[in-house]
Write a protein that binds this ligand. Structure first.
Ligand code: GRF
Length: 206
């Protein structure tokens, strides 16, 4: 598996993937780190691990096709065969989503389909969970389609919501789960254990 990880922020999920690849728990090579944000923490992490970085801000392209073709050219150059979105704040061009169909996943910090969709990112997700009174939240790894957070679910794990939780305390509890399930989900793909039939995903037992 030759993996490109896309991230816009701190990059703790990126790190969990890199660490799993280094330890051998995930048989993959992280070949590229893509960010739209030149000051994202993830870029330092990538540099420390000697992983090539690509900073591309779609809003700096006058023509969206120019952005798509620059991104595509890099993915081809690095022979990327799988994409993991890890806190990436920009929409992936439809052409690339289609090209990597069933080979592109995202992690979301809630139990989708609840608390997903446009505007549901970062702290807002945890705030919405707390306001709803839900007693559980969690993390979801899902396939990426052309909408936000609607692709078929691959893995999910829940955490309790505690009465004293703030968005930050809940986010921290969910993030621990993210760091565990994202490398695991990628390993399932690498081991060819994810069977996709339309919108139905089945994990094959070993
Ligand atoms: C994570 O909570 C992820 O689920 C969401 O954005 C956050 C990114 O955190 N999509 P990090 O940059 O991986 O630390």
């Amino acid at each position: 598996m030759r993996l490109a990880v896309f991230a816009s922020g701190e990059g703790s999920n990126f790190q969990s993937i890199v660490d799993a690849a280094k330890s051998g728990a995930l048989k993959a090579q992280v070949v590229l780190c893509v960010s739209n944000n030149p000051s994202a923490g993830v870029l330092d992490r990538a540099t420390k691990s000697e992983i090539p970085v690509l900073v591309l801000n779609p809003s700096e392209f006058s023509d969206p096709d120019g952005y798509t073709s620059s991104l595509r050219a890099k993915l081809i150059e690095f022979e990327t065969d799988f994409i993991a979105l890890a806190g990436y704040m920009k929409m992936i061009p439809a052409e690339i989503v289609n090209e990597y169909s069933d080979h592109i996943v995202n992690i979301h910090p809630a139990l989708l389909p609840a608390f997903g969709g446009p505007g549901m990112y970062g702290r807002r997700v945890h705030q919405a969970v707390l306001e709803s009174g839900a007693d559980q939240s969690g993390a979801t790894v899902h396939l990426v389609d052309e909408e936000y957070d609607t692709g078929p679910i691959v893995l999910q794990e829940s955490v309790p919501v505690r009465p004293e939780d703030t968005p930050d305390s809940l986010a921290a509890r969910v993030l621990k789960v993210e760091h565990r399930i994202y490398p695991r989900a990628l390993a399932l793909f690498e081991e060819n254990r994810v069977k996709i039939d339309g919108r139905t995903v089945t994990i094959l037992e070993t």
